[in-house]
Design a protein around this ligand. Sequence first.
Ligand SMILES: C[S@@+](CC[C@H](N)C(=O)[O-])C[C@H]1O[C@@H](n2cnc3c(N)ncnc32)[C@H](O)[C@@H]1O
Length: 213
Amino acid sequence: MLSLRLQAVASFVAVKDKVVDIGCDHGYLSIYLIENKLCQSVIATDINANALKNATQNIFRANLQKKIPTVLSSGIQNIQKYEFDTLVISGMGTNTILKIMADVQPIKVKKVIIQSNNDLYLLRKSLIKLGFFLKQEKVVFEKGHYYTIGLYNIESKKLSLRQKLFGIYNDSYKNYYHFLYHHLQDIYYKMGSKNYIKKIKLFLQIKLLTKYL
Ligand SMILES: C[S@@+](CC[C@H](N)C(=O)[O-])C[C@H]1O[C@@H](n2cnc3c(N)ncnc32)[C@H](O)[C@@H]1O
């Protein structure tokens, strides 16, 4: 059974998409997409040879070796001979994701599905500079963690500061925003008075967030 987090990632994939699962690790997402006929094709890649071996074994067990090529690659570097138009990058930090995205041309790739483990503000803001715009977002809660999954495409769409900080509001965010509000307040009250500027910035963020509650 695929995790709720990866099911949310898969929910942004469309039947016509030619997907690259970057950092596929176990390969579960790639297998799920092909087994359920949720897209046209998938290439499973990872920078780590052991992770890719693991994915390759799982793909063989699912008897999908003819349908899912596995490629040792940092980001999209070694997959240029394949056809693709959609990237999935999930379960990594924003810095790694942005390094991968620096090689990506918005003309060849029309859609990117991202689940970053941290710094969503930097992610949303930086992707705009690279020509990718946040179209939809979902939050899922699993095993004590909130995960935010974003669908980015090349349609130009402006984001307000509030959206860059807290995402595109929808029903999936309700509990998450309450959690975030208490979390930020906790940080705010524990912050010493030396961090005056940081404290003001955080205060303003909390104020912006209350408009969503
Ligand atoms: C925590 S796992 C996430 C696996 C899967 N995508 C998921 O969401 O469950 C992160 C994977 O990304 C791979 N990875 C890290 N940096 C990468 C890069 N630059 N290019 C490709 N894969 C990378 C790691 O080797 C690891 O297998």
